[in-house]
Design a protein around this ligand. Structure first.
Ligand SMILES: Nc1ncnc2c1ncn2[C@@H]1O[C@H](COP(=O)(O)OP(=O)(O)OP(=O)(O)O)[C@@H](O)[C@H]1O
Length: 582
């Protein structure tokens, strides 16, 4: 149950189990000095009342007390290890498991989740669960076990006093359980408000330049301020609800002490219990509630961490894309068979069928939003198709593990992803065992050398977050170098030359020309001039194939393709100065 509730690993669940047992033992062991003290008091009273010999040997008490101290020390040592150290280890494991799981999640998952939401699960939720595991879980369950043992023992001494002592415990527990039910919605509201602030702050920082130059910046700032104030409001409501219940539970528990005094006094007056039994219950009553009172004040945190744990579970339980890892592909035709696909409800790809053949260049063209990038991403299994299938070398890619599939694919997309690392390592991602000579050769072919040589540490220059110290063209050339190094049999190019000046564009096209020999190339290019020599051009309109053929054939068809080509020619003749003449 704990494993599921807190999304623990098998080892984590075992550690928590032992932490609970050890905490119970620790609670019991700290009760033993009380028992020893009572024995001493009983003996002293006996001597005082003359019922025992006058000589009092303290040796037994000293040696037992020493032994008890040692027992308490050792139990505490193990308890500490099992609770705190294990909690930190477990949260590190959870983060690694989450990172691994996130790596395997289909892109559709990221479409429905904000990045700051996932970061918050990775960092904040795991930290919250870690804190609860370290400070509350063992205390709560260990406290329940030790109290049950003490209860049984005390019932053995006197069931009426035992009842007086413990009658309030289940009542206060019930109050706490009720508080969980009633605080749950304010807890979730509070969590959502916090997420909305982190999303807003992330957006604010990312779009700082736009915000600063916008006349709406005051509105934007006020919106953010509003979100932050909402966190204060929801936190206060949550704390208020929890505060009322926790103090209710705490005071109910405290009534138990009063009940022991009243019941004990009554029974002593009627001669039904001895003074020692009365004292025993008083001592125990003063101590037995300790774990619970500490715990009650942590209950708000405890329930809060259950929300965190359920958010972790949600990521961990999300189905990952399945497929065989050990697949060997020998031929690389990409075949789309009646493929339809929707990001949400409405299809953006409708019944598309074509084959991009090995050794040929297949171009996807069409107006903006017609589904070119989507088709290209479906071929790399970033998403799974809703209808139909995509085959590579005759094999349905739905049966190949995404990582295995991607080892056959080089991708150069518009949105280049670079790491805050050296130029060298950014290219090396294409092939993990590449030599320096191979990396430099790829950089040379992708025309990266001239700008790399101008950098202070050449290949060893760190390029900042997502390569922010480089120009758009330089970033794109780096990603082409990466693809060249990988030398995969399938190449997906999305506007690969979008950020290059005409001189570099020609050079890159030559490099790509060398790279694509005998490979399957699926290219998306908005500038139709660059696809004139392609072996096959697929013209898309609103997610459907409108025309297919080579450039000449499509021009002769006098359809959408020709229309797009003419539009582009007209826009190429457009000049900034022309605006003034209008
Ligand atoms: N992650 C997404 N979630 C929801 N809808 C999306 C997503 N990505 C794209 N779309 C929608 O799918 C449709 C096709 O988008 P796609 O990016 O494939 O078009 P495109 O032809 O490549 O466009 P462009 O030429 O402007 O890059 C568009 O209507 C777009 O709004």
């Amino acid at each position: 149950m704990l494993k599921k509730t807190f999304a623990l690993s098998a080892k984590g669940a075992r550690d928590v189990f032992w932490a609970i047992i050890l905490t119970a033992l620790h609670n019991l062991s700290v009760m033993l000095p009380t028992v020893l003290l009572l024995m001493l008091v009983a003996e002293m009273l006996g001597r005082f009342l003359g019922t025992q010999a006058r000589d009092l040997s303290l040796l037994f008490y000293w040696s037992t007390a020493l032994l008890l101290l040692l027992v308490i020390y050792w139990v505490y040592r193990f308890t500490y290890r099992k609770t705190y150290v294990s909690a930190y280890e477990e949260s590190a494991n959870t983060r690694i498991t989450l990172a691994e799981q996130i790596r395997k999640l289909p892109l559709s998952y990221f479409g429905s989740k904000d990045l700051s939401d996932l970061t918050s699960t990775l960092m904040d939720d795991t930290a919250t669960v870690e804190h609860t595991l370290a400070t509350s879980v063992a205390e709560l369950f260990g406290g329940i076990i030790s109290s049950a043992v003490i209860l049984l023992t005390l019932f053995f001494f006197d069931w009426r006093m035992g009842l007086a002592l413990f009658i309030c415990l289940p009542v206060s527990m019930l109050i706490l359980l009720l508080s969980r039910r009633l605080s749950s919605s304010s807890n979730w509201k509070n969590r959502r408000a916090k997420l909305s602030v982190s999303e807003g702050l992330q957006e604010y920082l990312e779009n700082m330049k736009v915000v600063q130059s916008s006349p709406q910046k005051e509105t934007y700032r006020l919106g953010l301020e509003d979100r932050i104030r909402k966190v204060v409001r929801t936190s206060m409501i949550y704390e208020l609800v929890m505060g009322v219940f926790i103090s209710g539970a705490y005071n109910t528990l405290r009534v138990g002490l009063g009940l022991v005094i009243v019941t004990g006094s009554y029974l002593i007056i009627h001669g039904e219990i001895s003074l020692i039994t009365y004292l025993l219950f008083l001592f125990v009553a003063a101590r037995v509630y300790d774990p619970f009172t500490t715990l009650f004040f942590k209950m708000g945190e405890f329930f809060y961490s259950l929300v965190s744990a359920s958010r972790i579970r949600e990521v961990c339980d999300f189905p990952v894309q399945q497929g065989e890892p050990e697949v060997r592909l020998d031929t690389y035709d990409i075949t789309f068979e009646h493929v339809s696909f929707a990001y949400n409800e409405e299809n953006v790809i409708n019944d598309v069928s074509f084959t991009a053949r090995q050794g040929e260049i297949t171009a996807l063209v069409g107006p903006s939003g017609c589904g070119k990038s989507t088709l290209s991403k479906l071929a790399a299994r970033f998403w799974d198709v809703n209808c139909g299938r995509i085959l590579i070398g005759g094999r349905d890619i739905g049966s190949i593990e995404p990582e295995t599939l991607l080892s056959y694919v080089s991708i150069v997309f518009q949105d280049v992803v670079l790491f805050n690392d050296t130029i060298y390592n950014n290219i090396k991602i294409g092939k993990k065992d590449a030599t320096r000579a191979e990396i430099m050769a790829a950089a040379r072919t992708a025309r990266c050398e001239e700008f790399i040589q101008k950098l202070p540490q050449g290949y060893d220059t760190v390029i900042g977050e997502n390569g922010k110290t480089l120009s758009g063209g330089e970033r794109q050339r780096l990603s082409i170098a990466r693809a060249l190094l990988k030398n995969a049999p399938i190449i997906l190019l999305d506007e690969a030359t979008a950020s290059l000046d005409p001189e570099n564009e020609t050079l890159i096209q030559e490099a790509i020309g060398k790279l694509i020999k005998d490979k399957t190339v699926l290219i998306i290019a908005h500038r139709l001039r660059s696809v004139e020599n392609c072996d096959q051009i697929i013209v898309l309109r609103e997610g459907r194939i409108a025309e297919t053929g080579r450039h000449r054939e499509l021009m002769d068809l006098n359809g959408l393709y020709r229309h797009l080509v003419e539009l582009q020619r007209a826009s190429a003749a457009w000049e900034v100065g022309a605006v003034r003449q209008v």
